[in-house]
Write a protein that binds this ligand. Structure first.
Ligand code: FES
Length: 109
């Protein structure tokens, strides 16, 4: 497996309750700050690919701006029918002031 830590932002750059988008070698990743903890997950909605980082974040759920599908930013699980779908999620690592996500290129693409 080829695991890699990729720096995505500084810890103070994403306020609680906010989201951000990063593209890493073409992989669209959404970041969400929930009460000071940053979560990383696929930015691409499982329905038709809406950009989740432009959706609405309430507590730890994100709602897609296109047709309203909602997911847990912690687990990636869908919260409304069709349940059982899951977004890819990525471990977040903070080293000093820098925030990284861990990508496993063998399974994340
Ligand atoms: S693309 Fe996200 S709900 Fe349709």
């Amino acid at each position: 497996m080829a695991k890699e830590l990729v720096r995505v932002l500084r810890s103070g750059e994403l306020a609680p309750g906010r989201m951000a988008f990063v593209a890493i070698d073409g992989l669209p990743v959404a970041l969400a700050n929930v009460e000071g903890t940053i979560y990383a997950f696929s930015d691409s909605c499982r329905h038709e690919g809406g950009s989740l980082s432009t959706g609405v974040l309430i507590a730890d759920s994100v709602t897609c701006p296109w047709h309203g599908w909602a997911y847990s930013v912690r687990s990636g699980k869908s919260l409304i029918p069709p349940v059982g779908l899951r977004l890819p999620t990525y471990p977040v690592v903070t080293i000093g002031d820098e925030v990284y996500i861990e990508l496993d290129w063998d399974v994340s693409n």
